[in-house]
Design a protein around this ligand. Structure first.
Ligand code: PLP
Length: 396
């Protein structure tokens, strides 16, 4: 059996998205910036896609949506733009969290080298940011608060509306990396007090290489990419037309079916938690109370996450030990360390992220394979041997 359980890394393109985009790769290949009718039809369809994305986010106007090459670009532009705007007013302090995606953390590092100051909030052992911590971190010269909607490794959801309200009450723009939440959870940028929001198509069944940045009308936006007048001059470069059309179709489909998908995914996820949670010396990471539907993250003591992944692969299961970007390196995930997990425990992590295309039969296959593989690896593990003999203390 083949089971794709890595939907937080990427998803397949839905039939709806594929059907919507195909004509723009063949028939309607005009450049939206050209003046003749053949190309203007394309420009109009891109405008409709922009309206669809705005509607799905509860944005007031399609003029608040800027198409990008994906989540990373949107995160980079949001941060650098807010920092540039802040610096012009002498404000050079940014607040974010310890468990953001690397597109955020590495951009913040770059800004630090350029003379900005960054405070990264703790996420506590449940993977949730505390408002008190944010309030205490805010300074006179804070120019941006940026907190992710849902974490990509452990799936915990942050108190976004409250964070937005607090930031607004202090006159500080609030950016949210919502890549893991868009299409999976209800989002309304007006109700949730969000000033900037990043999203990426390939996390909700659109093609890869397309995303968007929402920017509230009164928030200044500076270019990351210079070029033509596309995206109202804020992001040069001929539009990824087919990608944009496909993304809008996939987003509408995800939002229209959100309740049904969510119920289906949660049932599968809860079974995984219940059954895999029975494995001795295992631990579920992140609060289950504040959680996206599809992400399951656990640690198993005495084994290496990498070995577990290889064995799962041999059994037809695609999973991850952390984010796709960090797997391949032997450092434990910065997300799991930010929860305060010891290195030894964080090393033995497994992320299963399921979607609406998974089936209960596939979940049953995972439930059959994972305990067997964990037991097999523990049998071979010198660390587990020491734990069993009492030469080492169990940490979980
Ligand atoms: C996937 C992801 C990104 C990056 O998006 P890309 O489109 O792959 O560049 C950023 N943030 C989070 C939380 C993600 O899960």
């Amino acid at each position: 059996m083949f089971v794709y359980a890595d939907n937080a890394a990427t998803t397949s393109v839905s039939k709806t998205a594929l059907d919507a985009m195909l004509p723009y790769l063949t028939e309607y290949y005009g450049n939206p910036s050209s003046l003749y009718a053949f190309a203007q039809k394309v420009a109009e369809d891109v405008a409709k896609a922009r309206q669809t994305v705005a509607d799905c986010l509860g944005a007031k106007s399609p003029r608040e949506i800027y198409f990008t090459s994906g989540g990373s670009e949107a995160d980079n532009q949001a941060l650098i733009s807010a920092a540039t705007a802040g610096a012009r007013k002498g404000k050079k302090h940014l607040i974010s969290t310890k468990f953001e995606h690397h597109a955020m953390l590495h951009t913040l590092k770059k800004l630090e080298k350029q003379g900005f100051e960054v405070t990264l909030l703790d996420v506590h052992s449940d993977g949730v940011v505390r408002l008190e911590d944010l309030e205490a971190a805010i300074r006179e010269d804070t120019c941006l608060v940026s907190v992710m909607f849902a974490n990509n490794e452990i799936g915990t959801v942050q108190p976004i509306k409250e964070i937005g309200a607090l930031s607004r009450s202090k006159g500080i723009p609030f950016h949210c990396d919502a890549v893991q939440a868009v299409g999976h959870m209800p989002i309304n940028v007006e109700e949730m007090n969000i000033d900037m929001l990043s999203l990426s198509g390939h996390k909700f069944h659109s093609p890869k290489g397309v995303g968007a940045l929402y920017v509230r009308r009164n928030i200044p936006l500076f270019n990351l990419i210079e070029g033509g007048s596309q995206e109202r001059g804020k992001r040069g470069g001929t539009e990824n037309v087919a990608g944009i059309i496909g993304m809008a179709a996939a987003l509408k489909e995800s939002c229209d079916n959100m309740e049904a998908n969510s119920a289906k995914i949660c049932a599968m996820r809860d079974k995984l938690f219940a059954e895999l949670g029975k494995i001795p010396h295992s631990k579920i990471n992140g609060s289950l109370e504040h959680h996206v539907p599809g992400t399951v993250n656990m640690c198993f003591e005495g084994i290496e996450g990498e070995s577990l992944l290889l064995m799962l692969d041999a059994n037809g299961i695609c999973a991850s030990s952390g984010s796709a970007c960090t797997s391949g390196s032997l450092d434990p995930s910065h997300v799991l360390l930010s929860l305060g997990l010891p290195h030894e425990v964080a090393h033995g992590s497994l992320r299963l992220s399921i979607g609406e295309y998974n089936t209960m039969e596939e979940i049953d296959h995972i439930i059959e394979v994972v305990p067997r593989v964990v037991a097999y690896l523990r049998n071979m593990s010198p660390v587990w041997d020491e734990l069993e003999k009492g030469q080492r203390k169990h940490l979980i």
